[in-house]
Design a protein around this ligand. Structure first.
Ligand code: HEM
Length: 479
């Protein structure tokens, strides 16, 4: 009798195998597998991974319950073995559990680190780096050489973020030759479904056999060596005063406080991880997806180039104010966020206490996945969801600032991306793309047709295009 009384009414979910639960059903792209399963098991679905219980929210209504109505109960993060390693034991913002430390750090991040003022004041860095990127594209165009967007955008984004956040150039730094592999590796490892998280003791062994543990150690060492280099550079040169590292070092020395917390070197490095990984990869891969959708939709490419060339006219120096006027261009960006949300399952959340959602019992410490990929393909909201149609945002107020639960590339609620509002990444994405669309025409490599372009994403915390996008730039009268 007692057992029946206390039995939890969990959401429905697919049948499980002994021990591994549903892990075998996740496949290489869990966002897609979960979307398919949710069509059968519903908008809130239970899964089991070893001894972890998880639920997946897949419709705008259910996501609103989690990220708005019950945000305060669902806003912690689970302990993820490799996320913890990369964030110096969860001393960062993204992997930190919900706590007083997280609250203080989040406040400091919004007020001090990722502010609109900081973004604006470093506008000249973006302008300089984009100008040298345009020069590189010009050279490629005159040699008819193809450009690998995944790599080149990562390097551009890294050059800007390193100067802006770390007061250093990518050139000559310890990351110069390994930047793409390290950044990409961090995102892959941090988003993995790791055996160590679900199977005590034996899980760690499994991850050693699959290579996940080794991969994490390799990227961690490269990243840590770079952080040491950047910090030493600041300690050696006291004239560097205004960037993010100098602010964090002041906090370490106790000259500025973070509530009751005294920052240590591990806190500093954890916070730097968020800037390095979240800042570089997301912007670079968003820009790559935009170019992918444009090259495979020539109608949209022509229309957006016509708008950009009409607005920019013959100005040589494209400013961020010019970009404000580009209405169709902004719809192209929104549609790219919809069809390829870069963080399709957000970062996993964890319930802080028992909570009842949609009539179901969700126990304390349940993992929560918000399947933004599924939400962005919900046929009740989006007509013909697999098609790339920027015009769907014409006379449509849906925006991605976390208030419309139909479009959530940056999440919503307490854990929403703090990098969205101030546009540290998006300002660069906009400026780069407008330059590329204004100055050049674009072609696929010889012998390749639109239908040959692979549109699959790979899986990680962020999901970049799996097969790198390679395009040939063509010189125009605007070059
Ligand atoms: C296209 C660009 C970007 C996209 C699509 C993006 C997306 C996201 C998403 C979906 C989340 C998880 C939200 C959740 O779990 O509810 C997130 C979290 C986060 N993002 Fe971004 N992001 C972008 C750029 C940036 C930039 C430029 C930075 C900083 C330099 C940044 C820093 C962070 C941090 C620190 C978190 C963790 C917040 C927390 O847990 O409190 N992001 N981002």
């Amino acid at each position: 009798k007692n057992t029946r009384k206390t039995k939890k009414n969990l959401p429905p979910g697919p049948p499980r195998l002994p021990i591994i639960g549903n892990l075998h059903q996740l496949g290489s792209r869990p966002q897609r597998s979960m979307f398919k399963l949710s069509e059968k098991y519903g908008s809130l679905m239970s899964l089991k991974y070893g001894n972890v219980t998880a639920v997946v929210a897949s419709t705008p209504e259910m996501v609103k319950e989690i990220l708005k109505t019950f945000d305060v109960d669902c806003c912690s993060r689970p302990h993820m073995t490799y996320g913890a390693r990369l964030s110096y034991n969860r001393n960062d913002l993204g992997f930190s559990p919900y706590s007083q430390y997280w609250k203080e750090l989040r406040k400091m991040t919004v007020v001090e680190l990722y502010t609109a003022k900081r973004v604006k004041s470093f506008g000249h860095i973006r302008q300089e780096e984009v100008a040298s990127f345009v020069d590189f594209i010009k050279q490629s165009a005159s040699l008819e050489k193809q450009v690998n967007f995944n790599r080149k955008f990562t390097n551009l984004s890294a050059s800007v973020i390193l100067r802006l956040g770390f007061g250093m150039s990518l050139e000559g730094s310890k990351l110069e030759s390994t930047c793409y592999e390290v950044i990409h590796g961090i995102m892959e490892v941090a988003g993995s479904f790791a055996a160590a998280d679900f199977f005590p003791i034996v899980g760690g062994l499994i991850d050693r056999l699959t290579g996940l543990h080794g991969k994490c150690e390799k990227v961690f060492k490269a990243m840590d060596a770079f952080f040491d280099e950047a910090i030493k550079h600041h300690l050696d040169d006291e004239s560097i005063k205004d960037d993010i590292i100098s602010l964090l070092l002041k906090m370490e020395r106790g000259e500025i406080g973070l509530g009751e917390f005294q920052l240590t070197r591990n806190h500093t490095k954890g916070i730097l991880l968020n800037i390095l990984a979240a800042g570089i990869d997301t912007s670079a891969q968003t820009a790559t997806w935009v170019m992918t959708h444009l090259i495979t939709n020539p109608r949209v490419m022509n229309k957006v180039q016509a708008e950009v060339r009409e607005v920019i006219k013959n100005k040589d120096n494209i400013t961020e104010e010019d970009i404000e006027q580009l209405k169709y261009f902004k719809m192209v960006i929104k549609e790219t966020h919809r069809i390829n949300p870069l963080v399709p399952l957000l970062i996993p959340r964890e319930t802080l206490r028992d909570v009842k959602i949609g009539g179901y019992d969700i126990p304390k410490k349940t993992w929560i996945h918000v399947n933004v990929w599924a939400v962005h393909r919900n046929p009740n909201v989006w007509k013909d969801p697999e098609a790339f149609i920027p015009e769907r945002f014409l006379n449509n107020e849906i925006d991605y600032r976390g208030l419309n639960f139909e479009l959530l590339p940056f999440g919503s609620g307490r854990r929403m991306c703090p990098g969205m509002g101030m546009g540290m990444g998006m300002a660069l994405v906009h400026l780069t793309l407008v330059n590329l669309l204004y100055r050049f025409d674009w072609e696929l490599p010889k012998g390749m047709e639109v239908k040959d372009v692979d549109l699959e994403e790979s899986y990680g915390l962020a999901c970049p295009k799996k097969v790198p996008l390679e395009l040939i730039p063509v010189i125009t009268k605007w070059t």
